[in-house]
Design a protein around this ligand. Sequence first.
Ligand code: SF4
Ligand code: CU1
Ligand code: NI
Length: 708
Amino acid sequence: MNLFKIIYSGKDKYLELAEKMVEKAVAEKGREAAVKFPGTAYALPVIYAITGEKITTVGELEKALDLARGFAHEGRLLQDALDAGTASAMLAEIIEAVKYTLVDDPYRPPLQGHLTDAQIRAFGVPLVTQDIPGVAVLIGKCQDSETAGRIIKEYQEKGILTFMVGKIIDQAIEQGVKMGIDLRVIPLGYEIESVIHVVSVAIRASLIFGAVAPGDFQAHKQYTKDRIKAFVNVFDDWDDKIIAAGAAAIELGFPAITETYINEVPTLLLHQPNNEKVIKTSLEARGIKIKVTKIDIPVGVASAFEGERVRKGDMHAEFGGTKTKAWELVQMKDMAEVEDHKIELIGPDIDSADTVPYRLPLAIVVDVAGKNMQEDFEPVLERRLHYFMNYTEGVMHIGQRNIAWVRIGKESYEKGLRLKHLGEVIYAKMKDEFDKVVDKCQVTIYTDKDKVEQLEKELALPKYAARDERLSSLVDENVDTFYSCTLCQSFAPAHVCIVTPERLGLCGAVSWLDAKATKELDPTGACQPVPKEGLEDEQNGIWAEVNKAVEKASQGAVSRVSLYSILVDPMTSCGCFECICGIVPEANGVIIVNREYGDMTPVGMTFGELASMTGGGVQTPGFMGHGRHFIGSKKFMSAEGGIARIVWMPKELKEDVRERLDKTAKELYGIENFTDMICDETIATDSEGLLEFLEAKGHPALQLDPLM
Ligand code: SF4
Ligand code: CU1
Ligand code: NI
C-alpha cells in the first residue's frame, strides 16, 4: 500500500465534500451569511493560524477552499504528503464550519464538536501542573467494546485528556464510560471531519498561550510539536480520510499509532497491532511519563475523576451540605506526636445503617510533621484535600474548612469504598505531593456527632480564626519577599507571574503562601523568591529587583513590570487567567469578565474576544488577566484609583466576590454595599445602559480623574 497515495486520495475526498458543503451553504444561506464557531475569537482557527486569513462569511469560504487547494500539490516527498494532510485539516475545518452555519447546534450531547476558547483556557493549569500529562485522540472502532472501554478507562486513570472520533464513541457508551469535558473523556463526533475540533484545540493553544502570529505556520508547528503532548490512535476501522487526518496530526508533531499495518515512519507513524500495548507504545512515542501513586483502595484515584458529580439519586452517603456538620483541618505537629500512616475512624462507618442515603457528621483531621514543615503551609496542604477527595472515583467534595460537603456514590460503595479509604487517599497524596515537607502523616476521621461538634469548637474554629488573622496581616507592605511563578512557561514561554500577598497568580491557583510552599517543595522549581528591593515607583508598584527577576525569567522579553497598574507596564498574561479586565474609557473605569461568562459585555466583546487581546506573555496596557480573588484586593489597579474603577461584572462574579469587595470599598472609600453600584448583564450589556446605571447609582468612577 502506498502511504502517499492514501493521503492524497483522502485529501481529494475532503476536497470533494468541502466543495459540496460550501456550495450548499451558498445556496441556502447566501455569500453574506456569517460563518463562525461558537465562543472563539480566532475565526476558523486552523485556517487562521496556517494562513493568517480570518474567514468570517460563506463567501470567504470559497477563498478558504482555494487556500487549501494551494497547499496540496501532489509530489513524491514526505513533506508533500504532509502538506496534503494540512490541506485535509483546512478542508475538514471548512466542512465543520458549514455544519455550524447550516444549523445552530450540529452536535448534541454527549457529542462535543467544537470547544470554546474558554474551555481551552481552563485546561491551562492542569496542563502545566501535569495533572493532564498528555492528550490522546482515538479514532475508529475497536475490535470490541470491552477493549475500547478498557483503553479509554486506562487513559482516563492516567489523567490523559482523551478525545474520541467515530464508532468508538458508541463502544464507550455501551461500556458505560462516563464522559464529558469535566471528565476529560470527550466524544467529538462520528464523522472523521470532527477530528478538526481537537486540532483546533492544539492550534489555539499556540495562538492563545504561545502568542504565535497567525500565518506563521512554521512557528505554530514548532509550538505544537514542542509543547502539546498529543498523539493519535487509529483503530481497526480506517480509511484514506482517516490517514490523511493522521498526516495532518504528524505535521503538527503528533505521532499516529495504527492498529492495522499501513506503513511505518520512524517516531511518527507506528504500527501496534496489539491492543494491550497501544497505550504504552503511544506514551513512549510522545515521551509522556506518568507519575502514579498506587493507592490500594477498591476504586480508582485519578485527576480525571475530579469533575465527576455524585447526584442525589446515585448517592449512598452524604456529609455536610445543609444536613450535617462537616469540616476538615490540616495541622502541623511535632514529629513525636504523629504516627506515620495511622488512619483511624472514630464513629460509625457508612455501612452501619440501612437507610440510604446515609447522612453523618464528618470531621477530617490530618496531622502532619516534618523538618521543613511550616505553619504557613497548613492552609496550602488543607486546600488539596478538596482535590484528593474529588480524585477518588465516586467521591464528590465541595467547599472547604467547615463548609465542606462530601458525597459518596452507590457504585463506589458497592465496590467496597469505606471512610478509611478516604484516609488512605489523603495519606498517600500528602506524602506524594508534599514529600519535601511532610515526613509523617496521620489521618483521623470522626463521624461521632459529639466529637465532631466538640472538636470543631475547640480545635477547628480557633485554628481557622488564627489563620484569617495571619492572612489579613499579610499585605505587600509587611513582607520583604515576593515570588515569581513560571509554571505556565511550558505553554506561554515568555510569561512570568509576580505573586504578592495581595495579588495572587492570574490562574487563581497560586497565592503568596502557595508560592512560598512551592519554593520549599522544589527549591529550583517554578516559584522563586524575589526580594522587594529597589523601589522605583511607589504608585505603580515598580521595584528594580522585580524588573530584574522578570527580565531574567522571561529571557529578556519583558524588562519592566508594575504590580499595581493596568496602564503602565502591566503584568503579562499567559492565557489561563480566571478573569480579564479591560478599560471602558466612556465609563472611566474597567469591566471584569470571568471565563465562565459567555455572553456580550458593554465593551462589545465577549470574554473570549477580550482575552484574545492579551496573552502569551505580552504586555497589553488596558487589558489584564487576573485571578478572581484579586478583585477584592486593595492593590487591584490601585495606581489608577483601585476597585472604584470597576463598573461592570457578570452577576455570578459579583455575588462571588461581594463580601470582600464591599469590605475593601468600605475601608478604602467609606462606601457601603459597593457591589450594588456595579452594573451586570441583567441590567445592561451596552455602554449606554451601563452609563445610565452608573449615573443613577452615583458610581465613584465617574468622579475620578480621566482614565485616559
Ligand atoms: Fe501560571 Fe501565573 Fe498561575 Fe504560575 S501563578 S501557574 S505562572 S498563571
Ligand atoms: Cu497560566
Ligand atoms: Ni494562563
